[in-house]
Ligand binder design. Structure first.
Ligand code: BDR
Ligand code: CA
Length: 313
């Protein structure tokens, strides 16, 4: 492992774009993937966990997988995104029988213990609802100063995708998102304004497919399904590859331009529950708590993804 590689814990709910984030983080020399923690989100926890294990096995990754929270912190109902990701949460690819298992330890415990033992050099990368991260912060507030950075996919400073104003990961567990955004940990937020610039058009799928290894084959199998649902629901000709933007940024920060903003999560309003209120112009004159992604260098982003996929046999 490259000693300068960025140590990360990927907290995810695979999910097609989470799966691409795993592919990108799995073998890239700039990333040291310490563990994959799983949360319910795109599908129920049994399914997102199953998908994470299949991905790790299929890609031949030597990375432990931990099951985390299966229900939000406060909300009674679990919102899923089966319209976008299908019945399994990762419809499209066909995997061989599962031969590996999740670790016995709970994901939240793993996050707490790993941060406690660290030298403050671990970055958390949440690409699903923030339940596991918020629970870890509540269970062990002493870990917060140990977090190097949280680079998360979630929120929007303009338009939502689950309600007119709320993005899915935040909407599913807005109380958890509130805990994380108010924690004081350094946050980089890749919201929809940024990730909707990562549109994976058929020409990109074709470019990646030509790499012709197991990771690129998996990528095109997944994108076949994902591109179809995104077209049907949102009308995009290419699906936004939300979650891998976090990993790409860690590999090469030049691919995302950010702007400092004070971000608050709405948890009380009926119409606006889950909205990330981002003070773009700092009209409230408050100290920013997040670097928010505003501009993606798409060419560089696809180059980074290609480089990541090329690491596999
Ligand atoms: C986010 O929601 C999920 O469906 C995706 O995996 C992504 O993390 C986009 O709103
Ligand atoms: Ca996700």
């Amino acid at each position: 492992m490259n000693t300068k590689a960025r140590k990360i814990i990927l907290d995810c709910d695979p999910g097609h774009d989470d799966a691409v984030a795993i592919e990108l983080a799995g073998k890239h020399p700039a990333i040291d993937l310490l563990g994959i923690t799983v949360v319910s989100g795109n599908q129920t926890l049994d399914k997102t966990l199953n998908n994470a294990l299949h991905l790790v096995q299929h890609l031949g990754l030597d990375v432990p997988v931990y099951a985390g929270c299966g229900i939000p912190m406060i909300r009674q109902s679990q919102v899923i995104a089966d319209d976008i990701h299908g019945k399994s949460g990762l419809d499209g690819p066909v995997f061989s029988e599962l031969e590996i298992e999740a670790e016995k330890e709970h994901a939240v415990q793993f996050i707490v213990e790993t941060l406690r033992k660290s030298d403050g050099d671990i970055t958390l990368v949440p690409t699903g609802p923030l339940t596991n991260i918020a629970m870890a912060m509540r269970l062990a507030p002493d870990i917060v100063p140990k977090i190097k950075e949280i680079v998360l996919m979630g929120g929007a400073y303009q338009l939502g995708n689950t309600t007119p104003v709320a993005e899915f990961n935040i909407y599913v567990d807005a109380e958890a998102a509130h805990v994380v955004f108010e924690s004081g940990a350094p946050i980089v937020m890749m919201g929809l304004d940024l990730t909707r610039q990562a549109l994976c058009y058929p020409s990109i799928v074709e470019r990646m497919r030509k790499i012709d290894n197991k990771a690129s084959k998996l990528f095109s199998d997944m994108m076949g399904f994902f591109n179809e649902t995104q077209k049907r629901i949102f009308g995009w000709d290419g699906a936004p590859l939300h979650d891998p933007t976090c990993i790409a940024y860690l590999i090469n920060p030049d691919c995302v331009e950010t702007k400092d903003m004070r971000v608050k999560v709405e948890i009380r309003s009926e119409n606006c529950y889950g909205q990330t209120i981002c003070d773009f112009y700092n009209v409230n004159k408050e100290e920013p708590n997040a670097k928010v992604g505003v501009k993606l260098n798409t060419e560089l982003f696809w180059d980074i993804l290609e480089e990541g996929l090329r690491q596999y046999d």
